[in-house]
Design a protein around this ligand. Sequence first.
Ligand code: M6R
Length: 607
Amino acid sequence: MCGIVGILSNKEVTPTILDVLKKLEYRGYDSAGIATIYNNNIKRQRAKGKIENLIKLINQNDLPGKIGIGHTRWATHGIPSEDNAHPHHVGSVVGVHNGIIENFREIKEELSQKGYKFYSETDTEVIIQLCSYFNKQGLNNKDAFLKTIKRLEGAFAICLMFKDDEKKLYVTKRSAPLVIGYGESDIYVGSDAVSLTNLINKVIFLDEDDVAIISQKETEIYNRIGQKIKRKKKSVEFNNEVINKGNFQHFMLKEIYEQPEVFTYATSSFINFKQQKIDMIHKFNEFDHINRIILVACGTAFYACSVAKYWFEKYVKVPVEIDVASEFRYRDNSFGKNEYAIFVSQSGETADTLAALRKVKGKVKKIISIVNVIESSIARESDFILPIKAGPEIGVASTKAFTAQLAVLACLTIYFSNRRGLLSKKENSELIDSLVSTPRIMSKILSKTESYKGFAKKLMKSKNALFLGRGILYPLALEAALKLKEISYIHAEGYPSGELKHGPIALVDENMPVICFAPYNDLFEKTISNVEEVLARNGNVLLITDEKGYCSLSSHEFPIIKLPKFSNFIEPIIYAIPSQLIAYYTALFKGTDIDQPRNLAKSVTVE
Ligand code: M6R
């Protein structure tokens, strides 16, 4: 993870570096720092904690210079501290890094034996020490940089400057994102293009192991075998979306409330209203021969895949395999030529998901990615991109991206089902109608949040919570538990309701909140039996059901939240909203840092 930025300009760079770092803060916020070169001297300021702390520091101590680099850190090696904060500086070299240097111990050992002293616990410092060592051995800056990179194993995006060269940035990337952006007269390097909005109009996406030496005159690029090559500059357009909280207290709340609109937008690329059918931008010609679909992702995106498994199995009648990317990439799994692999990722940069994608390349028929950032690595490396069009998601806890991922997966389900001739005209229309009705139902739920607030006031006092769901609601129980623990730091577990009696019921007593998702469907009665089992042990039940479910209950003597009427197909999409509201208000009442919870980062670009 971590966010990096570099700027070459004709004017002072520090204010712009700080602006870009603010936009990159989603990648980590354990510490931040900036270095510039001014009059052939390296100037540097670093601060533990968020970028605000760095801003305060710089307000007291000027950081002049027309070339500079910045970093916002998500700690991997070494605690969040000023010593471990980037940029790291040794001799005449200063640099920032995102990723993990896997062989850092070996290099550190070698340099230590030569008498080099290390001041931090980071893997990054070895890059700078090694480059400085090669410099001292007589290699010029470029050769020292190239020789350093050759020694590195792992995943990294690096940006270096040299004290005696106020005109150049030295960058490279391997399995970590890095773009070079071009403005009117300034040149930028950044972990993503969006953080450079309003600064650039052209961009170069580097390939794996590319090395670029950037000056105002030229961007020299070398490939992994050291040949000088050209990479195309692409025009970029940013929809001048201003990233702010509007009238909301947190980005997360704003994003929760954006969902009706985002859902409409996400499905509008697929729903052909005139012909009442789902269209796809891609033809998916091979689909008729596909005999398995593999879905891989991490975190919330994985729970979207888990929902899709239920949909694909029911409506497309195709075997589906799902896995979290960090397991999938190292398993001895086998693939077939008649399989589709689908990778779901909001950021499109999640390291494990990207590695999983690379694992199946050439081994499956086609790779589909469902992403929010269409310029991302995962998107660029797949055969078909299905964008979720959720707009920037700033809150670390994923909300609108989740329901937008479900929107696209639901459209894909209907499309594939029709391709197999499995839906009657009526069924097809009913499914499409239910997607069309989703934003209205979401809005209705969002207009009445009192019961969620009331429940959250009690939940905030608990140390643990259980979420239960059956069938397609099981992934939602997992997602609700993840949301709660991420932002309120309450330990929560999601369980299939039927599994309760196989162990977790031992945890149930009057102090255990048990939140049960019970839409009125084929499994409703069974779910209610599980609720009875909890009530019989004095468990603190909150039942979330719909109108039909509410009416069919024989007892209403425990807290119940009644949702409006909606069709079975969209159950997992609708239940996402209560899950998010419960987590949000619990965290709000506890007073935690909702948009940037401790230890997390928005984009997880390390293993
Ligand atoms: O960018 P991605 O969708 O690939 O991210 C995957 C997970 O890291 C992400 O969903 C994470 O679990 C969120 N913090 C959940 O709220």
